[in-house]
Write a protein that binds this ligand. Structure first.
Ligand code: ADP
Length: 478
């Protein structure tokens, strides 16, 4: 299957005229065209999902698991084509795109297994003639809205647990990167599930989002994206009292204590900060480095960053692709200008790359102050700002001085400090001596304004279930 469909998928049919261009951020070339749906398309998708909900939610769990397993096999069989499509519309280096397809597939595999483990409970009753039963039932039609930075993984991280739980789905991927989502939907084994179990539409995000929030048939909105849009969705969902699962912006602190393994900390910093050109919501946004090792850390990190290869992600050896858009470049530049104006020092990089377009030089900034925009806001680009601290308590206070709380990282060899800091950091996820937080089995999500709910692991399927308490009364007393 190399001819990917790019129309909308509604009720098992590919529909809509192709009106919006999808561009390759590395070259500016058009890589596909997708429909431009609005309110009517959004409603049609919910019609289909609502129609498919009774048969799909009543399908036995083992069978739903088999369907997901087949989807997983199909994705794995098309790994290379999917990775190339992903790089073409998103820009990340091909090696990272392959990694993302594997990561995306892992959610489908995990939830194929998990569908059979949606257990209920019996609770000791308050009456002799009654029993208390607790069931976990599919919540209903779920709306999924996904971002451009992980065009495959965010789709499966939402759709796989939803479908495993017996829910049906309407999905709207980001307009920058809709092709991977549509390709994944094409690979779904439609012959094994009711038409309308999985629907995907593209188009006007605001109109589609509003239509789904207003629709009482949509029982849950699962969103990954900016805090601003997350708050809008909360407001819009008030009228129909929807459940919301939100993975919003982060502003991850990365702490390096003077007892840390410095090389490991630099490795971690490189991965955390520069993967996907710094365009991940869990990427380190601000680095707090203890005074004794500050200069050495800055120098070692900058040496590694200078060696990075910027270019088209399809080319061998490239480690840094383009940013997603000119707006993204402008934001990175504005954050840098603000920092430099306030006295920060550029150790390496610091400007748009000679390749032009949306390429930016990977950058290390020293002498950064916590008041600067690079610390207060999510830069979402390849900039590592380094702040010096003296005491552990100061570092923790600085790390927690944010309204976001998605991920946090720190490096230390002291086990007491490790426990202490992991407990005190206000984040949904903490990486201790490791930046590799993302995996299908663990609960991914944030605290404070970084979101509600968790994705991945057992928590990730619980989002899509309602608890029902059944009192079975009138029984013969023993
Ligand atoms: P980013 O700034 O990283 O693009 P957004 O929050 O704008 O983050 O986008 C994340 C997802 O939310 C995308 O699919 C986008 O199309 C969608 N989106 C943007 N605006 C709205 C909106 N008003 N209602 C619903 N979804 C929206």
């Amino acid at each position: 299957m190399t001819n990917w469909k790019t129309q909308s998928l509604v009720d098992g049919r590919w529909v809509g005229s192709l009106e919006s261009d999808v561009l390759n951020p590395a070259t500016g070339a058009v890589v596909g065209r997708v429909p431009n749906n609005g309110e009517a398309g959004a409603r049609a998708a919910v019609d289909a999902a609502a129609g498919a909900f009774p048969p799909w939610s009543q399908t036995i769990a083992k069978q739903r698991g088999r369907v997901l397993r087949q989807w997983y096999d199909n994705i794995v069989a098309h790994r290379e084509q999917l990775a190339r499509l992903l790089t073409a519309e998103q820009g990340k280096p091909l090696a990272e795109a392959r990694g993302e397809i594997d990561y995306a597939a892992s959610f489908v595999e995990f939830y194929a297994e998990e569908s059979r483990r949606i257990h209920g409970e019996t609770i000791p009753s308050h009456r002799k003639d009654a029993r208390i039963l607790v069931w976990r039932q599919s919540i209903g039609v779920c709306a999924a809205i996904t971002p451009w930075n992980f065009p495959a993984a965010m789709v499966t991280r939402k759709c796989a647990p939803a479908l495993a739980a017996g829910c049906t789905v309407v999905l709207k991927p980001a307009m920058e990167t809709p092709l991977t989502a549509l390709a994944l939907a094409q690979l779904f084994p439609h012959d094994l599930a009711p038409a309308g179990a999985l629907n995907v539409i593209t188009g006007d995000a605001a109109a589609i989002g509003k239509a789904w929030c207003d629709d009482p048939r949509v029982r849950l909105v699962s969103f990954t994206g900016s805090t601003e849009i997350g708050k809008l969705l909360i407001r819009q969902s008030a009228e129909t009292v929807k459940k919301l699962s939100l993975e919003l912006g982060g502003n991850a602190p990365f702490l390096v204590f003077d007892d840390a393994d410095l090389d490991a900390a630099v490795d971690g910093a490189i991965f955390s900060k520069f993967r996907n050109m710094g365009q991940t919501c869990i990427c380190a946004n601000r680095f707090y480095v203890q005074a004794d090792i500050y200069d050495r850390f800055a120098e070692t990190l900058a040496n590694r960053v200078r060696d990075m290869v910027v270019g088209d992600g399809t080319q061998e050896g490239v480690t840094q692709g383009p940013l997603i858009s000119v707006d993204a470049v402008a934001k990175v530049q504005a954050h840098l200008d603000d920092a430099v104006a306030g006295g920060a020092r550029i150790v390496c990089g610091g400007k748009p790359h000679d390749l032009g377009g949306t390429y930016f030089e990977p950058t290390v900034l020293a002498d950064v102050e916590p008041t600067m925009r690079v610390c207060r806001e999510e830069t979402f680009g390849p900039v590592a700002p380094l702040i010096c601290f003296d005491h552990e308590a100061d570092a923790i206070a600085l790390a927690n001085a944010s309204r976001s709380g998605l991920a946090a990282y720190f490096y230390t060899r002291d086990i007491s400090r490790a426990i202490r800091c992991a407990e005190q950091l206000e984040a949904g996820m903490v990486g201790v001596n490791s930046p590799y937080l993302s995996c299908e089995a663990a609960p991914f999500g944030g605290v404070k304004e970084s979101g509600l709910g968790r994705e991945g692991g057992r928590d990730g399927i619980a989002e899509f279930l309602e608890t029902k308490y059944v009192l079975l009364g009138g029984l013969e007393a023993p």
